[in-house]
Design a protein around this ligand. Structure first.
Ligand SMILES: [Ca+2]
Ligand SMILES: [Ca+2]
Length: 102
């Protein structure tokens, strides 16, 4: 996959490394993909940090997992590759940065 030249090298290097480390952390079986089971763990971690969503039922968590997969899984194979994971968060962080710099 071609690299987008727009990634800003001054500040994002450490962050991209963090993302890669984060992906490896959640990729429990180290197959290079986050599958539904692994993504459920990620989503639960996220929900734990969000007070308003702390007490979701199992089916609600399931819905969040599905949403998360839909957002990140750009080639629709129902698993998140490291590239998809990094692309999503890199884009997300870039948007945050742009919002703050305005
Ligand atoms: Ca995996
Ligand atoms: Ca995918």
């Amino acid at each position: 996959m071609a690299h987008k030249a727009s990634i800003d090298s001054t500040s994002s290097d450490a962050t991209m490394e963090d993302l890669a480390a984060c992906f490896d952390l959640y990729d429990k079986d180290k197959n290079g993909y986050l599958d539904r089971k692994e993504i459920t763990i990620v989503v639960k971690e996220f929900l734990k940090a969000d007070q308003s969503k702390k007490k979701l039922s199992k089916s609600e968590i399931d819905k969040e997992v599905k949403m998360f997969i839909n957002m990140l899984d750009t080639n629709n194979d129902n698993k998140i590759s490291k590239q998809e994971f990094m692309d999503f968060f890199a884009k997300h962080m870039k948007q945050e940065k742009e919002r703050h710099s305005e």
